[in-house]
Design a binder for this molecule. Structure first.
Ligand code: R5P
Length: 289
């Protein structure tokens, strides 16, 4: 068994390698002056089970291309089986057409991975579970919820209500609530006026006096979760805790999430690395290694 990290999240790959008691394997990854990527695996992997750890987070296109080239390098080096470990799957939100003449980029990414020669994909909290079906090879879909819920179990939360920040996230929030001793569920009716612009309208369910645990797959610009938190506060929630597997954190997420008095805590995982200047006191980063 061999593990190699791409350049997207070497810290996570290293931690996984530590659990397995194997090294994060030697490889060269560099970019040419024009941006083309060069990969070389620096040990024999003939006949090996190879795991490539690479979330396709920002810069999404570079990290995706690097992963494809890594798979190709391993295929040509006669690996027996290649698993792409993609803790964050970029383009997952482009999982269907919502208007005419759009692309379904999540499917295109799956096609590219298949074409590169990957045998198996391990993904985490895909934006929609149906993306598993885009692969005609095994796709293991795992969840950050157990890690997030274990952390919450160490807190004195009082009366909890789990909240989905939009209708699309209800199944995810319901599963999360089930893990939290069948906590009650509330739903925010979110409408979008444009991409990356969230407008929260109303809360369905009772949050007054409770600790609201807002659950989402990802926090990108922070619009969805911060608008949701503001609304929950207006509706009388005593405390608001945000939980999301993927800390995409595009600007202005930092300003939105660190707004004083809004979130008691913001829980995310290390599926995507978070640079030191994007961290703030309420942020807790839990490991999914
Ligand atoms: C949308 O359906 C997703 O589950 C997230 O709620 C969304 O992508 C988060 O984006 P932002 O933080 O930019 O509102």
């Amino acid at each position: 068994l061999r593990l190699f990290s791409g350049s997207a999240n070497p810290a996570l790959a290293n931690e996984i390698a530590g659990y397995l008691g194997i090294p994060d394997g030697p490889r060269v990854s560099k970019s040419f002056a024009d941006g083309e990527i060069y990969i070389q695996i620096q040990e024999s992997i003939r006949g090996c089970d190879v795991f490539l750890v690479q979330p396709t987070c920002a810069p999404v296109n570079d990290h995706l291309m690097e992963l494809l080239i890594m798979v190709d390098a391993c295929r040509r080096a006669s690996a027996r089986q290649i698993t792409a470990v993609v803790p964050y799957y970029g383009y997952a939100r482009a999982d269907r057409k919502t208007a005419g003449r759009e692309s379904i980029a999540a499917k295109l990414v799956a096609n590219l991975l298949l074409a590169s020669g990957v045998d198996r994909v391990l993904a985490m909290d895909l934006h929609s579970a149906q993306i598993q079906g885009y692969f005609d090879i095994p796709c293991d879909h795992i969840y950050g919820a157990p890690v997030l819920v274990d952390y919450l179990a160490t807190r004195d939360l009082g009366e909890v209500v789990v909240v989905s920040p939009d209708v699309g996230g209800v199944a995810r929030a319901r599963a999360f609530a089930k893990r939290m001793d069948d906590a009650p569920l509330a739903i925010i009716d979110k409408r979008r006026s444009a991409h990356n612009v969230a407008e929260s309208l109303t809360v369905i369910g009772d949050v007054k006096g409770k600790t609201a645990v807002l659950v989402d797959d990802m926090i990108d610009t922070g619009g969805t979760i911060s608008k949701g938190a503001q609304l929950l506060r207006q509706r009388g929630a005593e405390r608001v805790i945000a939980c999301a597997t993927h800390a995409v954190f595009s600007p202005p997420a930092f300003e939105r999430l660190s707004e004083p008095g809004l979130f008691e805590e913001v829980l995310v995982t290390n599926s995507i690395p978070i640079p030191p200047d994007q961290r703030f006191p309420q942020l807790q980063v839990l490991s999914v290694a």
